[in-house]
Design a protein around this ligand. Structure first.
Ligand code: HEC
Ligand code: HEC
Ligand code: HEC
Length: 176
């Protein structure tokens, strides 16, 4: 289907989805999740107070989480019990080269600072480069990268954060 190759189609699909999104950093009593009458609410930290000091993003919940972790602004525990091995993989994988958008760089290091290998392998991704039928339509439907991006990680409106590698640069490198 030809129209599926046109970036503008995805921008339009996302604009429709984004208009229904709630504003970030609502007070807990107004977030539609907490019971405003619950007496325990007074003991909880408000999102605005917790999140405002962190590196600011322009999308999603307005925090650059990778930067927050790398700068030491937050230092979450890696494991609950202390004896679970923590596995970090420093490997970038570039997919979707030489198509209408800049190529996509999937960075393992940043992901494995938050997640275990088993969060992604063998589901939703086989651990073999090129073995997965990645698709932007599936991602927009909440599968593959979209299981997390747009749900708990930066939203799909940030095209360039995934489509971050210029095809020209890849061509120059291949020609060397
Ligand atoms: C957030 C999801 C995610 C996490 C977490 C993750 N991976 Fe991956 N991994 C991927 C994706 C996406 C690919 C690329 C698959 C493709 O190209 O079709 C991949 C590819 C791989 C490959 C194939 C590389 C190649 O050149 O063939 C290996 C090996 C791998 N991962 C190992 C790991 C290990 C070990 C961990 C934990 C330390 C890990 N992965 C954590 C998503 C993840
Ligand atoms: C299991 C959940 C999960 C999946 C699946 C996943 N991601 Fe992520 N991704 C995260 C989290 C969590 C972060 C860190 C929080 C953030 O940046 O919003 C992140 C961050 C990133 C970053 C930012 C790195 C940086 O330096 O700021 C990129 C780029 C990215 N993901 C690309 C992808 C791509 C491409 C795929 C699919 C091939 C994918 N992710 C699949 C959870 C996931
Ligand atoms: C979370 C990461 C992520 C984000 C954000 C993202 N994409 Fe993608 N996109 C991918 C991956 C992975 C593929 C590779 C699928 C494939 O090989 O077709 C892809 C493929 C595509 C393709 C088909 C290949 C091509 O270059 O022609 C288009 C078009 C596309 N994306 C457009 C967009 C647009 C427009 C946005 C922003 C509105 C966007 N994408 C945001 C990960 C992402």
């Amino acid at each position: 289907m030809r129209w599926l190759r046109r970036p503008a189609v995805y921008v339009a699909m996302l604009a429709a989805a984004a208009s229904a999104a709630p504003l970030p950093w609502l007070p807990l009593a107004a977030d539609g999740v907490h019971d405003p009458a619950a007496p325990g609410l007074a003991f909880l930290q408000q999102p605005a107070e917790a999140l405002a000091p962190l590196p600011r993003d322009s999308a999603g919940n307005l925090v650059r989480w990778v930067q927050a972790l790398e700068s030491g602004a937050i230092a979450p525990r890696s494991t609950l019990l202390g004896h679970t091995p923590v596995r970090v993989l420093d490997q970038d994988i570039i997919v979707s080269r030489f198509r209408s958008m800049p190529a996509v760089k999937f960075p393992h290091r940043q992901h494995t600072h938050w997640l275990d290998c088993s969060n992604c392998h063998p589901f939703p991704f086989a651990d073999k480069a090129g073995a997965n039928k990645l698709s932007m339509v599936a991602i927009l439907n909440g599968e593959q990268c979209g299981l997390c991006h747009g749900a708990v990680a930066f939203p799909l409106t940030e095209c360039n954060r995934c489509h971050s590698v210029s095809n020209e640069a890849l061509k120059r490198e291949a020609a060397k």
